[in-house]
Design a binder for this molecule. Sequence first.
Ligand code: GYE
Length: 306
Amino acid sequence: LITLVSLNAFAQSNKKIVLGFSQIGAESEWRTANTESIKAAAAAAGIELKFADAQQKQENQIKAIRSFIAQKVDVIAFSPVVETGWETVLQEAKRAKIPVILTDRAVNVKDDSLYVSFMGSDFVEEGRRAAVWLMGYLHTDKPVNIVELQGTVGSAPAIDRKRGFEEMLKPFPNYKIIRSQTGDFTRAKGKEVMEAFLKAEGKNINVLFAHNDDMAIGAIQAIEEFGLKPGKDIIIVSIDAVKGAFEAMIAGKLNCTVECSPLLGEQLMAAVKDLMAGKTLPKRIVTNEGVYPAEFAAQVFPSRKY
Ligand code: GYE
């Protein structure tokens, strides 16, 4: 009750809302678009944004959150690089009565009162969509050898995309994941790990499932350098649907991308304003997304916003 009363008092005053946002880093096209969306939406909403880039390190995110608490920001939002290890700092925020909104990635905590809302995609569903597209595309009961480029170890999208993909393949044992390793969601790592896969398996590889487009784009380079045709000799499906993926699809080198929208800025600012007006946010806000096979790439490309 006390919190509600003080938040309502805030709503009546004309002070600018201060939002502290801890971003993971700039590891992918997705992340860059996400950062732009948050900065633009804060400016448009008249919200003062304190933005911190953690360079993909959890310890930097924890430091940023502590500094937001010390600065007494009104709301903290962050995209947690990994799922675990957040209890202590979230308890500190709670004790300071600063509400926390999770954007993009989830945390794994026992006490879900440590954050007010989680806004972002359903990553398990994205993994399922990638598998469903693949099986529909290949439509075969012959053996299919898949290599998988995982996202950042311990991150919600890597854990969930893997789970959703495997869940759909399970009833069809001809689809086999023969190698699976992290490429940390970056092009450089995606290329490097794909090189290792090719060295070990060569022409044995039929399919690449990459947890994001950037790793797929890095892997495409590795496949070409190895002397194979990406998109033909090796079928590739990835996740995000960034512009780079559409370009690769139009060039015939990527076969499908599953959408994961980074444009969370407006939704986040609306949630921050609602919160400051004393409203209760839904615990889970899911983003709306689609699947884009290569045959629609040229048609859809001009309307893509990220
Ligand atoms: O898929 C990847 C980025 O958390 C959904 O992080 C996000 C993921 C996205 O680096 O490209």
